[in-house]
Ligand binder design. Structure first.
Ligand SMILES: [Fe+2]
Length: 202
């Protein structure tokens, strides 16, 4: 396939997958079983590696921190946003929530996810205590699904860049009530919305 055929095939596969995902959410609402069904759809999409060539979905230049986030599709009302996230090894985020559901699956590369539980009662302004609940390695064939209130951090621990599909119930760049946690300091603060503008809109 040449580049424009790949692009057309990808657009069609993404649209068909998101049609099914919209239907799952409409029928089941936002529940853990519904997110599992959504993950199953995204795992099938991620298996079609030829649709997501590394040359087109490149990470930042080697040694550079941060990610490249490519917007693949988003509804006109900002719902059902699907991105390709490309990261070099050695990146991590602080623990954060999303305030919308999220599902991540891998086309290539490994991303360790740590999922946390908040154990304080939230009454001390700006303070928070988290404990680690579980770890999930997102890699080929294995994803993670997060409810709006779930808290996770990501750590790219492997030795190859990641190409991971990130799907959100609502586009990241319109979420304005997210929080991030500083584990060492035991603090909670707004999670920077300015980070969330996609690098590239396809
Ligand atoms: Fe996240």
């Amino acid at each position: 396939m040449n580049a424009s055929d790949i692009s057309a095939a990808r657009t069609a596969a993404v649209a068909a997958t998101i049609d099914r995902i919209r239907e799952i959410e409409r029928e089941q609402g936002v529940t853990r079983p519904a997110l599992q069904a959504i993950m199953d759809e995204l795992l099938v999409l991620a298996e079609q590696e030829q649709l997501f060539p590394s040359a087109e979905f490149a990470p930042p230049p080697a040694g550079e921190k941060g990610n490249r986030r490519y917007l693949l599709q988003e509804d006109a009302d900002n719902r059902f946003a699907l991105y390709m996230n490309a990261l070099n090894p050695g990146n991590e985020t602080k623990p954060h929530d999303h305030t919308t559901w999220a599902v991540v699956v891998a086309v290539e590369g490994q991303e360790l996810n740590r999922v946390y539980r908040r154990i304080d009662d939230g009454t001390a302004e700006g303070r928070a205590s988290l404990v680690k609940d579980r770890e999930i390695m997102v890699e080929k064939g294995r994803g993670i699904a997060l409810m709006p209130e779930d808290i996770h951090s990501i750590h790219t621990t492997g030795n190859q860049p990641t190409r991971h599909l990130h799907m959100y119930g609502l586009a990241l760049e319109v979420l304005d009530d997210r929080v991030g946690y500083n584990l060492e300091a035991g603090t909670v603060e707004r999670y920077n919305k300015a980070f969330m503008v996609p690098s590239i809109r396809l």
